[in-house]
Design a protein around this ligand. Structure first.
Ligand SMILES: Nc1ncnc2c1ncn2[C@@H]1O[C@H](COP(=O)(O)OP(=O)(O)O)[C@@H](O)[C@H]1O
Ligand SMILES: [Mg+2]
Length: 288
């Protein structure tokens, strides 16, 4: 579906946002994970054709993004929700979507109305679609953002950090919506929160400082730290040794720590099954 080769992006002032990225993205839900500043938004803006890479090439559904013909073709199959979507606060969701649909070239009125109602239904905003956007919660606004992105039924949907600032219920709701959408198209979900992708993605890439740190399935990421995660109990807040502290819980008379690495035998470490978060931590630990 998408093939990225040798991609670099250097901003003025010699800021190297991407440092030679090779990546293949197939159908379904793809997680693009990395800490703030990793280069996620830069990569997404390049994929969306908004900025040009410094070097490297991108093929999307067989179209070469470096040609203007390829760019046009990609534009026709792409839906994009930017990290910060500006909306007109006084417009209702229905009016806003009408405006976007016209910009996307859906000019036949009957067709447009029908598509708008369909996407409102999809993101479950039909009931409130007449209300001005300034009255919407963060989660509702994000769902309007998804709705505008899927107008025109794009084969590729890219959403940049859509869960930021949402409460847990809205976050889960948005994740479920994205998985639903991924049944019919490729969805690239960028996030710095590993829990956002654990349920739903069949593949993920982790990037850090503009480089690919991992690509594979969630299971493969977990397998990388198999046998490295332990529970130990101590009296002290910060146990020391050849391990990284993941979490600590105060028990009645001692403190239980979840650690990754090689705790000494005197701690009597108990092995535990690693989670996706542990896999991510392991990767970051390796890097340091
Ligand atoms: N327009 C820009 N000009 C200069 N530097 C930028 C610009 N956009 C992003 N950067 C820098 O590029 C790096 C990657 O940023 P970004 O792609 O936004 O990462 P992420 O989305 O993963 O947080 C950061 O160091 C950021 O400060
Ligand atoms: Mg970003």
């Amino acid at each position: 579906m998408i093939k990225i080769t040798g991609l670099t992006k250097t901003y003025p002032g010699d800021v190297q946002a991407l440092r030679g990225l090779d990546l293949k993205i197939g159908f379904g839900m793809f997680g693009l994970v990395g800490p703030n500043g990793a280069g996620k938004t830069s990569l997404i803006r390049i994929l969306a054709g908004l900025i040009a890479p410094t070097t490297g090439s991108i093929q999307i559904l067989g179209h070469d993004l470096s040609t203007s013909k390829g760019k046009q073709a990609v534009k026709a199959v792409l839906g994009y929700l930017p990290q910060e979507l500006g909306v007109y606060p006084n417009l209702s969701a229905r009016e806003f979507l009408d405006y976007i649909a016209i910009l996307k070239g859906i000019t036949r009125s009957a067709n447009r109305q029908q598509q708008i109602e369909a996407v409102l239904e999809k993101v479950r905003l039909t009931e409130v679609a007449h209300r001005p956007l300034k009255t919407y919660s963060g989660g509702m606004k994000r769902r309007v953002g998804i709705a505008q992105a899927i107008l025109g039924q794009p084969k590729l949907l890219i959403v940049d950090e859509p869960t930021t600032g949402l409460d847990p219920e809205e976050r889960i709701r948005l994740r479920n919506l994205l998985s639903e959408l991924a049944a019919e198209r490729t969805v690239i979900l960028s996030t710095h929160i590993i829990a956002d992708i654990s349920q739903s993605c069949n593949a993920l890439a982790i990037i850090g400082q503009g480089r690919l740190l991992f690509q594979g399935s969630p299971q493969q990421l977990v397998e990388q730290v198999q046998g490295q995660v332990w529970l130990i109990e101590t009296e002290t807040q910060r146990p020391e040794g050849d391990f990284t502290l993941i979490a600590s819980i105060q028990l009645q008379d001692k403190i239980q720590h979840r650690v990754m690495g090689n705790p000494a035998a005197h701690y009597r470490p108990q092995p535990v099954a690693p989670t996706l978060e542990d896999g991510y931590m392991g990767l970051m630990r390796q890097r340091l």
